[in-house]
Design a protein around this ligand. Structure first.
Ligand SMILES: [Zn+2]
Length: 75
């Protein structure tokens, strides 16, 4: 990478660029996966119909509706 350019004002630029690049890649991948699981990644309350994003590793029936406190079900 352009280490030489990282001495002057370009240093901030390079640093920012790297940071953004890394973050962008990581978030892009993770976000993509999570976004892909979006449609099926929701739990729905059978009582009031409230929908909440499903947390990986936590079954919907172990989640409680934030509105009425009922057990959530998989959408
Ligand atoms: Zn509810």
């Amino acid at each position: 990478m352009p280490r030489g350019d990282g001495t002057g004002p370009a240093g901030a630029g390079a640093g920012t660029g790297m940071g953004r690049g890394r973050g962008g890649q990581g978030q892009g991948r993770m976000g993509g996966n999570k976004a892909g699981a979006g449609p099926s990644g929701y739990c729905v309350c059978p009582k009031c119909g409230e929908r909440v994003p499903h947390r990986v590793g936590t079954p919907c029936y172990e989640m409680k509706c934030p509105k009425c406190g009922a057990k959530m079900a998989r959408e």
